[in-house]
Ligand binder design. Sequence first.
Ligand SMILES: [Zn+2]
Length: 237
Amino acid sequence: MRRNEFLRLLAMAGAGTITPAFAQPANPAIEGESEINPHFINSGPGFGNRLALTFDDGPTPGITERVLTELSKRNLRATFFLIGAKVDAAPHLARRLVDEGHDVANHSYTHPRLAGMSDSSVEQQLARTQESITRATGVTPVWFRPPYGAFRREQGPIASKMGLGVAYWSVDPKDWSQPGSSAITQRVLSASQPGSIILLHDLHPQTADAVPAIFDGLLERAFTITPFHSFVGQPYV
Ligand SMILES: [Zn+2]
């Protein structure tokens, strides 16, 4: 997605780079459509020098374990936006994320572009993933991240009816394009600021290669790496 298009989407979503995660959207719930305001975020509170680490597209055997080892060495907590089909293929690895104190969240079942899909197909993608993650980990996610960020504002109620807030990000090093581990590290460290939600992927070896320097660099810059749910909270409580 082009940057302009993404910013337009965020503006439509009522989110902004300085909008606190706990701010309520301006538009009221539509009567009869959803009792809950769809909750979209792309950053956390800007005070306290805190930020959050998020990893998408796992669990990936051989990669996710490497990320877990580096998190564990530094006693850090991250959030993993999981693909339902990959959870079904490696439920033990999804379970390990929770056992080691990390948050798990929904990233659809097969990683399609949801923005162009019917409401019932989108609902199925989200619901199947909720079931897979709950079955594997005992935890039912409360945050959802659309693959490619491709999600329309009007689709918000599909997520909110399932109790899912929609979580975007504010720092994207494009590690999925495999630019090299030092480029990934540089991009993260130069763009991070208080309130950042950092997007990484436990998908390719380059990201696993980059995480030690990313974690150490963030800590050297005096950031507090904060568990997602205490950083941005629960969307509907
Ligand atoms: Zn993804």
